[in-house]
Design a protein around this ligand. Structure first.
Ligand SMILES: [Zn+2]
Length: 84
């Protein structure tokens, strides 16, 4: 399958208990995205996708878990994107 963030080919990780997909991407590394997030990512611009992954990574670093994209929000403005 294709990476929901960068569109490169990814390896999908078997995760039957997760309502979404878990992928390993050479570019984005390993992360999960909920079913709802996958729908939003498909419609979002590359910048917004990267932003969503970055936020998921920051949270995961705090919790020491795999990043999970639960939802995708359009950033309020350019500054918010730059600071992420
Ligand atoms: Zn990727």
């Amino acid at each position: 399958m294709q990476c929901p963030v960068c569109n490169r080919m990814v390896e999908e990780i078997y995760a039957p208990t997760f309502a979404g997909r878990v992928v390993r991407c050479n570019h984005c590394r390993e992360f999960a995205a909920s079913r709802e997030a996958l729908r939003s990512l498909a419609k979002a611009s590359p910048v917004v996708r990267e932003h969503a992954l970055k936020q998921a990574r920051m949270l995961a670093a705090r919790c020491r878990t795999r990043p999970v994209i639960e939802a995708v929000f359009e950033p309020a403005n350019e500054r918010e994107l730059a600071e992420a």
